[in-house]
Design a protein around this ligand. Structure first.
Ligand code: S3P
Length: 429
């Protein structure tokens, strides 16, 4: 299915953004490792998260819907099974960690062609160093056999929350010292959620970086969780509001963990009109209502160490930069080459097709933004959900409509994207 975004109308109103993808995966996985029952409200029901749900069911865990909530009841895991992680890097990498620390459990991991092209050695090498048996190379399919693990002190460079989380989850099965050192911090949802399940996790600011370590208490007790709206999904309607004249969009209950809000900080520095209210804590995470109104944007300069806090929002940021008159520079984007698609290549090609010049030079991206963006292109998404949403967003404020060649995979992360954007007045068909 193709979709076309036609410009000309502002986006206005309240967008009901579904739950955060990272937190949703973690809620299911930690619940599967816990004693007793976990109740989750606001779980993202996207293809990626459902892949994690099916995987833990294959382990023998009960996962069922109860009205608006999901109930997860763990029991003993099956000793052998095969799981298909679909398109989800988070499912594959976090579940590898969870399996690695369970002696007697052996799981074969596979995924779709995009996931099967993504590097897994960043997770399997530290897990093997801890003592897990890994059969296979740097790519799926591969098999992990859990063991009585030893400890590890892992230096997490480049900053990856998936790698950190896999090591922490593996470490739950051992009493040995387990720590991850992060010169640049990655998202800390695993640490925050582990604490909700009763696990001791310490974070210390040391000369080498942030040191995240597991304490003595490593068993999990089921709990009640409420998941906040996903800032990576909200990025699209909120960037649409920043670039389409006359727009004004509000997202309530947005996850505003500082390790996820990089895009919003940069947008504000670019001159976007952003209002934050009703900040509060929900299941250990900071949540707030965020309102964005259209305003003239200036170009930005994003340094490499700022990128982990907006790694999934670079496409949305690139769209904002296209409308900021002048040269924007975003550094440290090497990881974008190994996401669901080569996103750096996708940005450059897509912007060029829409009449905006952009250059990828090593890990850096320069975008030569302009007040009036032509649009009028058909974008090859390479099956990447965020590429599709980014260029549909651009189309809402360009001079001519923008089409994307494929749109079903938007359900990977943001089911309801089209309906929500239409609800704000956007012309997407
Ligand atoms: C995620 C971490 C990030 C991010 C991904 C989700 C997570 O990946 O891009 O979409 O939930 O831990 P890396 O850890 O590989 O940077």
């Amino acid at each position: 299915m193709k979709l076309t975004a036609t410009p000309g109308v502002p986006v206005k109103g309240e967008a009901d953004i579904p739950g955060d993808k990272s937190c949703s995966h973690r809620a299911l996985i930690l619940a599967a490792m816990a004693e007793g029952q976990t109740r989750v409200r606001g779980l993202l029901e996207s293809d990626d998260v459902l892949a994690t749900g099916k995987a833990i069911q294959a382990f023998g865990v009960s996962v069922e819907r109860d009205g608006d909530d999901w109930l997860i009841r763990a029991g003993p895991w099956r000793s052998h099974c095969a799981i298909d992680c679909g398109n989800s890097g988070t499912a594959a990498r976090l579940l590898m960690g969870a399996v690695a620390g369970r002696p007697g459990t052996r799981v074969m991991f596979s995924g779709d062609p995009s996931l099967s092209a993504r590097p897994m050695g960043r997770v399997t090498l530290p897990l093997a160093r801890m003592g897990a048996t890994v059969q296979g190379g740097d790519r799926l399919p591969l098999t992990i056999q859990g063991a009585d693990l030893g400890g590890i002190e892992h230096r997490n460079v480049p900053a990856s929350a998936q790698v950190k989380s896999a090591i922490l989850l593996a470490g739950l099965g051992t009493a040995a010292p387990v720590s991850v050192v992060e010169p640049v911090p990655s998202r800390d949802h695993s640490e925050i959620m582990l604490a909700q399940f009763g696990v001791e996790v310490a974070v210390a600011d040391e000369p080498d970086g942030w040191v995240v370590s597991l304490g003595r208490q490593r068993s999990l007790n089921g709990c009640d969780l409420r998941i906040a709206a996903d800032p990576s999904s909200a990025a699209f309607p909120l960037v649409a509001a920043a670039i389409a004249p006359g727009s004004d969009v509000l997202v309530r209950g947005l996850l505003v963990n500082p390790l996820r809000t990089g895009l919003y900080e940069v947008l504000e520095a670019m001159g976007a009109d952003i209002g934050v209210s009703n900040e509060h804590i929900q299941s250990g995470e900071i949540v707030a209502d965020v309102r964005v109104r259209h305003g003239a944007l200036r170009p930005c300069h994003v340094r490499a160490e700022q990128v982990p806090a907006m790694i999934d929002e670079i496409l949305a940021l690139a769209v904002a930069c296209a409308f900021a008159d002048g040269e924007s520079l975003i550094e440290g984007l090497g990881e974008l080459r190994v996401k669901e698609s080569d996103r750096l290549g996708a940005i450059v090609a897509g912007l060029a097709a829409c009449g905006v010049s952009a250059v990828a030079d090593g890990d850096s991206l320069r975008i030569f933004g302009r007040e009036n963006v032509r649009g009028g292109a058909s974008i090859a998404t390479q099956g990447d959900h965020r590429v599709a949403m980014a260029f549909l967003t651009l189309g809402l404020a360009a001079e001519q409509p923008v089409e994307v060649d494929e749109a079903e995979m938007i359900a990977t992360s943001f089911p309801g994207f089209t309906e929500i954007m239409r609800g704000l007045g956007a012309d997407i068909r």
